[in-house]
Ligand binder design. Structure first.
Ligand code: RTP
Ligand code: MG
Length: 148
């Protein structure tokens, strides 16, 4: 089954909306298979956002993502990467549709609540950065026959 890496960023944790974010993916029918509250070290942040090195917002992005706890998660489901990116909404909250997480909760691109992997390849890389294999819990979701 497809997997993706999602992370409530420090602004979402401080604003106490972890529960709503998790609820949006649960009610869609996706399956949570790993989660933890953690601090992101500078080293981990550099690896995670390596593709943005050299861009004007890179230093601020590192400062932000290491500034407080994040809620890191792995979710599973058919086409989970594409579906979760849709539910999250466009990178800039100005462009994010109402009904999406970024469309509903935030105003600025620099504090946009949540990260979601942008491709199955990124998902694989990011899951391996944040989670040990034994932290991912494979379990049968009995309701799946009614969803897929
Ligand atoms: P993310 O990686 O955090 O899920 O966000 P994303 O795919 O929607 O956007 P991406 O292009 O990967 O950018 C990563 C994060 O960098 C910040 N950013 N700021 N000031 C700017 O123009 C700008 N562009 C990007 C955002 O916080 C974005 O989530
Ligand atoms: Mg990205």
């Amino acid at each position: 089954m497809d997997k993706t890496f999602l992370m409530v960023k420090p602004d979402g944790v401080q604003r106490q909306i972890i529960g709503d974010v998790v609820n949006r993916f649960e009610r869609k029918g996706l399956q949570l298979v790993a989660a933890k509250l953690m601090m992101v070290s500078v080293e981990l942040a550099e690896k995670h956002y390596g593709e943005h090195k050299g861009k004007p917002f890179y230093e601020d992005l590192l400062k932000f993502i290491t500034s407080g706890p994040v809620f890191a998660m792995v979710w599973q489901g058919e086409n989970v990467v594409e579906i979760t990116r849709k539910l999250i909404g466009k990178t800039n909250p100005m462009d994010a549709e109402p009904g999406t997480i970024r469309g509903d909760y935030c105003l600025y691109v620099s504090k946009n609540i949540i990260h979601g992997s942008d491709s199955p390849e990124s998902a694989k890389r990011e899951i391996a950065l944040f989670f040990q294999e034994n932290e991912i819990v494979e379990y049968e979701k009995l309701i799946d026959n009614w969803i897929y």
